[in-house]
Ligand binder design. Structure first.
Ligand code: UT7
Length: 337
């Protein structure tokens, strides 16, 4: 019997470089409150958000992905031709098919890299990092570009009090490649489909198009969220997931340098840090204050800011933890590139 040849991979994988794109248009709370009968004070107290960024028409999902990827590749010292796979985590690429990853791979100048999108909402980037680490170690790719990108402003109902002040736009990208030592710890991930309805697109495509008797209703498929149950779930259940990711990586809270939770709400960030009893010295990502909740883009955007502002240094141990619609979640310890 002929044995199928194996594909030896690298012993370990790591994030080699990170890049981001922050949309040019800054939107302060003052701009969103009138349509939702809210106030700057309420938004800051309940969510920690001072302002967010919304993309201009030119700042498309593809454009933002390419810009973030170029910076990630440059920082990693990797040429586009060395990228074997492009994974884009997004829920706001408004074409059902093809995957935006194929256009991104082409525009970057990869040599026919494998390319596909994944849909794991706010947990998408951490899912992508886990897949990429396994690809590099399993031998199916040398270098993988993982992109988290959203234009949630396209899917946000500006009159919806529960979401209009939260969601925002942006992109972050990471180059994952071979490493001498483990740079991406074991993933702890999962889902709770019983809570499928808590954050979801309100309309499916049939509602958008209408019925044969009422064609073309013309509604945008907006996102809706039952914020409070998600808030309670995230504040408590996710701290356990973070602890499991630390345990599986063999890293204690005392050894951690940086905590980069999904930027959903400043109070959730604080509640998780308290439940995990993170020591004072652990630096905590708080990008949400100026960036809003950018779903799949939030973790790379937040980590990138910490690197640029000198709060995270190359080689630091960082706990990433992401959660959102599904409900889906994923966490892992990584070394900062
Ligand atoms: O990224 C994916 C994961 N997403 C998340 O993790 C988001 C989790 N959820 C949240 O961040 C929070 O639930 C929100 C920030 C969305 C809301 O905060 P909350 O503390 O859960 O508020 P709530 O829905 O319990 O509402 C509290 C009060 C209510 O008034 P009463 O009944 O106490 O008089 C609401 O009517 O605040 C009122 N309210 C508002 N007031 C001003 C609700 N929305 C608003 C608003 N502006 N936009």
């Amino acid at each position: 019997m002929v044995a199928i040849a194996g594909s030896p991979g690298a012993p370990h994988a790591a994030i080699l470089g990170l890049g981001v794109f922050r949309p040019s248009r800054v939107v302060p709370n003052a701009e969103v409150i009138a349509a939702i009968d809210s106030s700057d004070e309420w938004i800051q107290q309940r969510s920690g958000i001072r302002q967010r960024r919304w993309a201009t028409p030119e700042e498309t999902v593809q454009m933002m992905s390419v810009a973030a990827s170029r910076e990630a590749l440059e920082r990693a010292g990797i040429a586009p031709a060395q990228v074997d796979c492009v994974v884009v985590a997004t829920v706001s690429h408004l074409l059902q098919t093809p995957a935006v990853a194929t256009a991104v791979a082409h525009e970057l100048g990869t040599e026919n890299a494998a390319a596909f999108d994944i849909s794991a909402a706010c947990a998408g980037f951490c899912h992508g990092i886990s897949l990429a680490a396994d690809m590099v170690r399993g031998g199916s790719a040398g270098h993988v570009l993982v992109i988290g990108v959203e234009r949630l402003s396209d899917l946000t109902d500006l009159h919806d009090r529960g979401t209009a002040f939260i969601f925002a736009d942006g992109a972050g990208a990471a180059v994952v490649g071979p490493s001498e030592t483990p740079g991406i710890g074991p993933v702890v991930w999962g889902s709770d489909g019983e809570q499928f309805d808590l954050i979801r697109q309100r309309e499916d495509w049939r509602d958008v198009v209408g019925t044969p008797t009422e064609p073309g209703s013309g509604v945008m498929p907006h996102l809706v969220m039952q914020g409070n149950p998600v808030f309670r779930w995230a504040s408590f259940a996710m701290a356990k997931v973070g602890q499991q990711a630390l345990d599986r990586a063999g890293v204690s809270a005392d050894q951690l340098d940086v905590f980069v939770p999904h930027q959903a709400n400043m109070r959730i960030i604080d509640a998780m840090a308290r439940s995990m009893k993170l020591p004072e010295r652990v630096r905590i990502a708080r990008d949400i204050a100026d960036q809003g909740n950018t779903s799949a883009a939030s973790i790379p955007l937040a980590l990138h800011r910490m690197i640029d502002e000198g709060e995270a240094h190359s080689g630091d141990l960082a706990l990433l933890i992401a959660f959102g619609a599904g409900l889906a979640y994923a966490a892992q310890v990584v070394t900062v590139p």
